[in-house]
Design a protein around this ligand. Sequence first.
Ligand code: KIV
Length: 273
Amino acid sequence: MTVSEFRARKSVGDPLVCVTAYDAPFARLAERAGVDALLVGDSVGRTVLGHDNELPVRIDDIVHHSAAVTRAVTSALVIADLPHMSYATVDIALRNAARLLQAGGVSAVKLEGGEETATVTAALTSRGFPVMAHVGLTPQTAYALGGYRVQGVRLSAAQAIVDDARAQADAGAFAIVLELVPAGLARAITRHLDIPTIGIGAGPHCDGQIQVIYDLFGFAETTHRHTRVFANIAGLAQSALADYARDVRDGAFPAPDQNFKGNRGVVDRLKFD
Ligand code: KIV
């Protein structure tokens, strides 16, 4: 999947399936499952690195996780987040986007914001860095938006999101994430733009959907209305670990099948003094 193929899917009407990925095993599984695009999101801070939010995530973290993901996949499009303050100016953004493409091996970057970051998007795209935009609830500025809550409910707020989406599309973004916005607003933006909209908590009318992979597997400590646990892998993993702990304590693990044999008599002839 190339950036142009991803963008062109809007006219085909076949929903784009996207999920976050932070490591090789899950990236490989997602690709084998037919996922179109993987996002090395700054949600890695909350889901993997133990932070409370996205703000402490550094560009080095995203480069590190991007490289793990891109080593594992052969055909899915891999996009990486520019984390908080890593695109504060055009120069900083260019340097960090280059690191993500060169050292991380990704094909595109994602940044948050509308009109206020459109100049950065324009600078990146004009120099050949494909950009996915992200409007609505933007986790890097969630405190300023009053926390993790639905955005664009009132007319003025909805209009601001439309204007933000328009500004990013005009600046050259090849796709745009709409996070936590009413379904009707997402549908209107999707109809109005000629680039794909990728929804998360934005209803069914977007051109595609994205979810945080750990949310699909029951790892989230707090559940969100916009997600669904498709398989309780977290529960399975916890019960497998409890079985392991029990078997170690009971002497049932390791069993003969897990042991190795040396040559007869070797141990008897060892000297320990
Ligand atoms: O970092 C992330 O996981 C994201 C998605 C929620 C779109 O930005």
